[in-house]
Design a protein around this ligand. Sequence first.
Ligand SMILES: [Zn+2]
Length: 140
Amino acid sequence: MKYIDAPDLQERMVEIVKTLEMEHIDLSRVKCLRSFGSSTKRTIARCHTMGKLMQKAMGVSAFYAIEFLERFERMSKVDQDKVIIHELMHIPKTFGGGFRQHDFVCEENIEVFHREYLKRKQKQDIFVSPEPKKFPFWKF
Ligand SMILES: [Zn+2]
C-alpha cells in the first residue's frame, strides 16, 4: 500500500464541511489521503480514526483520516461529492474517535446532505453576503 496527501480532496472536503456547517468537525484534525495498491476493489473510500485508549496512551486528541482508493478517481464529480459527504457523516458529533454507523450514514441521508449542499452552493453563487446563521438542518 502507498499513501499520498490529497490536497485537492482536502480542499473539497473543507468546502463541504463549511457549506453544510458541520461545526462538530475540527478541520485541523481531519486529513484526506489517496491510497494505491489496495486489494479491495469494491471499496471507494473509508474513514479511519484512533480509539480512546490510543489517544490516552499517546496523549493526543481524536484525529480522522479519510482514505480515497483508486476507484474514487473513476467516479463523476457529483458521486465523488457524495462519497466525501458519506465519509464525513461517519464522524460523530462528539468528534471523540468513534464512528456513526450506516443506520445514519445511509443512502437516504446522504442524499439529504447532498441536496442541501447543492442548494447552499447555489445561494452562495447568487448572493454576495452570507446568509444569517441557521441551525444545522440535520438531527443528531
Ligand atoms: Zn460508510
